[in-house]
Design a protein around this ligand. Structure first.
Ligand code: FRU
Length: 493
């Protein structure tokens, strides 16, 4: 253990995952997306560069396919596509995190890998009332084993301004600027709405409250979970995952959503002023994204490819939860754009291209089928009713993506994808009207469909649980639709 003593809880988790992972049938897991080693995973945590490799941790309950006392699972990669599984990193083994090690982040400092997370503890107050308390804690390690600081917790809720909740105070995202560490933390005002608190520290142990960077004033959901804050293309971007959002037309949907805020940041006043907001992803399964700055200066985001609003595990599966493809972020025309990391192209095989295809009736194209692929379709401008792609298709199952030109909407529908218990199965988004011209990129990996429209201007991510043999792709449309398509299989050995 390299000098760090693992607790009994961590040893138990590591032994369990090591033994149980071997029982998962080969080929059941996604080919190039991070997925639960065993049991349950949610939010990505600690997405960071440490000693030249990218580490990703995640909320993890190894012992069942349901959420439970949170550990941190751990994987690493050097190209975002091929991942190595590492043993669980931390377990809820201290008084201050006995109810769970909730979400957080990581940074490299003086050769150590610093994890910052939320410790959750149930407490009994002097008058006998039971309360739950969330505090911010730190563990330091070598990329494999981590030790929690003896001065934990390092930030407590009493450090927040008056009127802030002591119950909802979580998900620190840490970064370093010069000699100073900063962290944004999700918080809730007593009016119930979300706010993001900024803290700073010179030594990781003592933290000072700096400002409330942004507040929702009850407009965008309740508690704001999992914040991230960074400079991108000359603007500042705040990401957050608000609970219980209300839909605004097709921009946000009811329930737990994600949101980006683009604006400026006044360093003197430590104040963020927003210029624009939007959904990060319009699909059924996307939550709690987090970013890392790569060695070559790209801002790369990864999200949990599931949602609190759907929980679907196929029968017999002993793992639940996947992450999205890591996505490169840019700002274009005031919008946050995202595209799969370019490293995916190193895994392309069997390219197939068709030009000038007319989709006035359902049609399949030789060489275009499969469940692990990257496909780009360019539909030409024209007068037509709609253009449709059916994926993971067979006589029994089908998942459709449909662009309706008259409404200017793109709709993802998994009503027939094979899930019997699915209550929410469809989502639509408005896309920019370009007289019917649209570029649709679809990334599929066994149980997931990630759609990127017009070079990443919008994304729509959803999982499907269609039997893997269902792998046909059918194009179709109403009216005179002309398109070009290029498909590559993504093969990761
Ligand atoms: C978001 C979240 C976080 C929390 C974690 C618990 O999905 O609710 O706010 O830290 O999950 O697993």
């Amino acid at each position: 253990m390299n000098g760090v003593l693992a607790s009994e809880k961590l040893i138990k988790a590591r032994e369990y995952e090591n033994r149980k992972q071997k029982e998962i049938p080969q080929g059941q897991k996604p080919a190039f997306h991070v997925s639960a080693p065993i049991g349950w995973i949610n939010d990505p945590n600690g997405f960071s560069l440490y000693k030249g490799e990218y580490h990703l941790f995640y909320q993890y309950h190894p012992y069942s396919t349901n959420w439970g006392p949170m550990h941190w699972g751990h994987s690493k990669t050097d190209d975002f596509i091929k991942w190595d599984q590492l043993p669980a990193a931390i377990a809820p083994d201290e008084e201050y995190d006995q109810q769970g090690c909730f979400s957080g982040s990581a940074v490299e400092h003086e050769g150590r890998h610093i994890l910052m997370y939320t410790g959750v503890q149930d407490k009994v107050l002097e008058d006998g009332t039971k309360v739950s308390r969330q505090t911010q804690c730190i563990a330091a390690g070598d990329g494999y084993n981590y030790e929690k600081l003896s001065c934990n917790p390092v930030i407590q809720s009493w450090q927040l301004p008056e009127g802030s909740s002591a119950v909802d105070f979580r998900d620190p995202k840490i970064w370093k600027e010069g000699e100073v560490f900063y962290a944004v933390v999700g918080s809730r005002h007593e009016d119930n709405s979300g706010q993001i608190a900024l803290f700073s520290s010179k030594d990781l142990k003592e933290w000072e409250f700096v400002s409330i960077l942004e507040r929702c004033n009850n407009q965008y959901g309740l508690m704001w979970e999992c914040p991230d804050f960074f400079l991108l293309d000359g603007k500042y971007v705040l990401l957050t995952s608000p609970q219980e959002m209300r839909s605004e037309g097709l921009e946000f949907h009811n329930g737990n959503g994600t949101m980006y805020l683009i604006g400026n940041y006044d360093r003197e006043q430590q104040d963020f002023s927003r210029e624009g907001v939007g959904s990060i992803d319009y699909g059924l399964d996307f939550y709690a994204p987090q970013t890392v700055l790569t060695e070559d200066g790209r801002r790369v985001m990864i999200g949990w490819m599931q949602s609190w609003d759907n929980h679907m595990v196929p029968q017999g599966f002993e793992w639940s939860g996947m992450m999205t493809i890591p996505r490169e972020l840019t700002i274009k025309n005031g919008r946050l754009c995202q595209n799969p990391v370019r490293e995916i192209e190193n895994y392309y095989q069997n390219p197939v291209t068709y030009k000038d295809i007319i989709a006035d009736k359902p049609l399949e194209l030789k060489g275009i089928r499969g469940r692990e692929l990257d496909m780009t379709i360019d539909v030409e401008a024209g007068y037509y009713g709609c253009f449709r792609i059916n994926l993971a298709h067979s006589e029994k199952y089908s998942t459709s993506i449909c662009y309706d030109l008259s409404k200017n909407t793109l709709t993802f529908d998994r009503n027939y994808s094979g899930l019997k218990r699915d209550v929410i199965y469809q989502r639509s988004m408005y896309v920019k009207n370009q007289d019917g011209k649209i570029r649709i990129r679809i990334l599929m990996d066994k149980y997931s469909v990630e759609v990127f429209v017009n070079d990443g201007e919008q994304a729509m991510t959803s999982i499907i649980h269609t039997p893997i043999e269902s792998d046909r792709i059918v194009f179709g449309g109403e009216g005179n639709v002309k398109f070009h398509v290029t498909k590559n299989d993504v093969v990761v050995n």
